[in-house]
Design a protein around this ligand. Structure first.
Ligand code: ZN
Length: 115
């Protein structure tokens, strides 16, 4: 007999990619709040998926995200490191977030990258 727990584990990938129906997504969200094991499993999948999406970005978009999000640099510091204007960094960053959001709906909902 399948438990709700096993059912959720199977649905985590669909949830990550935003392919679940509204009801199924609500069921997953509800379970993630109550179940530490599934929440941890989801976090691991989330991180792997994000890294694979990041790796697929064009180099200047990838770098703008790595420097601002992973290294915690400001837009002007990132511009200095990349040797371009702050406006160019902002444009790269937003373009990167847009591309990541397309493959990962949970990013679109938070408007930021969750590391
Ligand atoms: Zn669970």
């Amino acid at each position: 007999m399948k438990s709700e727990h096993d059912e959720i584990k199977k649905r985590l990938h669909g949830y990550l990619r935003g392919t679940l129906t509204k009801d199924a997504a609500a069921m997953v969200e509800d379970h993630l709040l109550r179940c530490d094991e599934c929440a941890e499993d989801y976090d691991r999948k989330h991180e792997r998926h994000l890294k694979s999406l990041l790796a697929g970005l064009p180099p200047h978009l990838h770098l703008s995200v790595v420097l601002t999000v992973y290294k915690g640099l400001s837009m002007s510091e990132t511009a200095a490191v990349m040797g371009c204007s702050e406006g160019a960094v902002k444009a790269n960053y937003h373009s990167a977030i847009k591309k990541l959001s397309a493959g990962m709906p949970c990013i679109a909902s938070t408007q930021g990258i969750d590391l």
